[in-house]
Design a protein around this ligand. Structure first.
Ligand code: LLP
Length: 417
């Protein structure tokens, strides 16, 4: 966030003038900063030098191949939640031995695919899934490496839609059940038990819930050791929050120290599954002010991008900074910043103070690298956006804007004739 500044009234990201970049592409488009992704990755990597650690990027945050490539070149693995994500990770140069497979609804087909590709481990979320994996592995004549994703049943205090580790959550196996499973693990002859995984939620801004959850996990680890069962991996999931508004967020050295202290006596490999931390503040949307509309109570900036391109604000009441690419007026005004989609929930900000802008001016919506493009849709039949990567001072198109032909080619129009 701190990398943005104005020089001569133009918005820069480090030394890159975003106004100049924007002139080269048609708006709206996603724009990513490759060097920021690298810095975020290295920040974690350097702190986890105390034990072998796999940093498995959570592909769901953003699965553009060029962005995954930036990470795979640094040695990242992948946390995946579907057959396609496994395939995309492999296509993007991530080694199968560095891929973990999470998710509550893995299909027969996806489990088979993951086993055939020899991924590192499947993070199992229910007993039914465990049985299915065991059967599939038996039929394939394989031993499936599995980890039990456990649910510590704690409240992490993040938005209700992104909590995954409380007692009402569909994710993970509760501890009592996990203990029962461990006792009867030898019933499952085609499984190799690797360890545990845990993921308690996303955009977590304090160390406290992690401390609570990981300490509980360690009790389970002790229980397991007492049964004489070896633990090879502990997967601490993702969830590290980032600052969208310059407020303080979680301190990464503290996070690393917590895991270091908890695991120092264990002979294990650590797995982390960060998504947002790596990519969230590495991306922006550049959009145009299509119209300015003044009503009795409000001044609306109607952008040419909407909730179909970026849904976090409508869905989670999330805050994202919005900055004009060029300041043309020193005066400030209060705007409702909205999109063109036919929904009242299609907004980016209410009553936001901004330097006065004009129709045709460009703005940047910050912090849209994670859960932006990957959650976008064609709603209102709007095309999915182009994506541009800025790295080492160069800009390159990494995904074209979708065309009407791209969109419509899968439709079958004469199906009923
Ligand atoms: N591992 C698992 C098993 C997950 O379910 C997730 C995210 C992650 C890792 C990565 O979490 P992160 O480090 O990015 O917090 N769409 C929401 C976030 C949903 C997160 C879903 N799971 C948002 O835009 O805030």
């Amino acid at each position: 966030m701190t990398n943005f500044r104005y020089t001569d009234n133009l918005l820069y990201y480090n030394d890159l003038c975003l106004f100049d970049i924007a002139k080269k592409y048609s708006t709206p488009f996603y724009c990513y900063f490759g060097n920021h992704i690298e810095n975020q990755f290295n920040a974690i990597k350097n702190l986890f030098n105390f034990k072998p650690t796999l940093i498995a990027y959570a592909l769901k945050a953003n699965s553009n191949r060029s962005l995954i490539n930036v990470l795979s070149k640094l040695g990242a693995g992948a946390d995946t939640v579907s057959g396609w994500e496994i395939r995309k990770a492999l296509d993007s140069g991530i080694l199968s031995k560095n891929i973990v497979f999470s998710g509550v609804g893995k299909s027969h087909e996806e489990i088979t695919y993951s086993l055939e590709k020899n991924i590192k481990q499947i993070n199992v979320e229910s007993i039914s899934e465990l049985r299915l994996i065991n059967n599939i592995a038996k039929n394939l004549g394989m031993i499936a490496p599995i980890s039990l994703r456990v649910n510590p049943e704690i409240d992490v205090g993040t938005h209700k839609n992104i909590i995954t580790g409380d007692e009402n959550s569909k994710f993970g196996i509760i501890f009592e059940e996990a203990k029962n499973l461990l006792v009867s693990l030898n019933q499952f002859s085609s499984l190799a038990f690797m360890g545990f995984s845990i993921h308690i939620g996303s955009q977590i801004n304090s160390i406290k819930p992690f401390k609570l959850a990981f300490s509980k996990l360690l009790e389970l680890v002790n229980f397991t050791s007492k049964l004489g069962i070896e633990i090879k991996t502990l997967d601490f999931g993702g969830g590290i929050g980032i600052s969208y508004n310059d407020a303080d967020t979680i301190n990464i050295p503290d996070y690393a120290k917590l895991i270091k202290d908890l695991t120092h006596t264990l002979n294990i490999k650590i797995i982390l599954e960060p998504g947002r931390f790596l990519i969230g503040n590495s991306g922006i949307i550049i959009a145009k002010v299509q119209y300015i509309k003044t009503t009795k109570n409000k001044k609306f900036l109607i952008l040419n991008t909407g909730m179909n391109d970026f849904i976090r604000i409508s869905l989670y009441e999330a805050y994202h900074k919005i900055l004009p690419l060029e300041i043309n007026d020193e005066h400030q005004d209060y705007y409702d910043i909205v999109g063109p989609v036919c929904e009242s929930s299609d907004f980016f900000a209410h009553n936001r103070e901004l330097n006065r802008v004009r129709e045709g001016d460009l703005v940047a919506i910050l912090g849209t690298g994670a859960y932006g493009y990957s959650m976008s849709s064609n709603y209102n039949l709007r095309p999915k956006l182009a994506e541009v990567l800025l790295q080492n001072g160069k800009d390159v198109l990494i995904r074209k804007q979708e065309t009407y032909e791209d969109y419509s080619q899968l439709e079958i129009v004469d199906g009923l004739t």
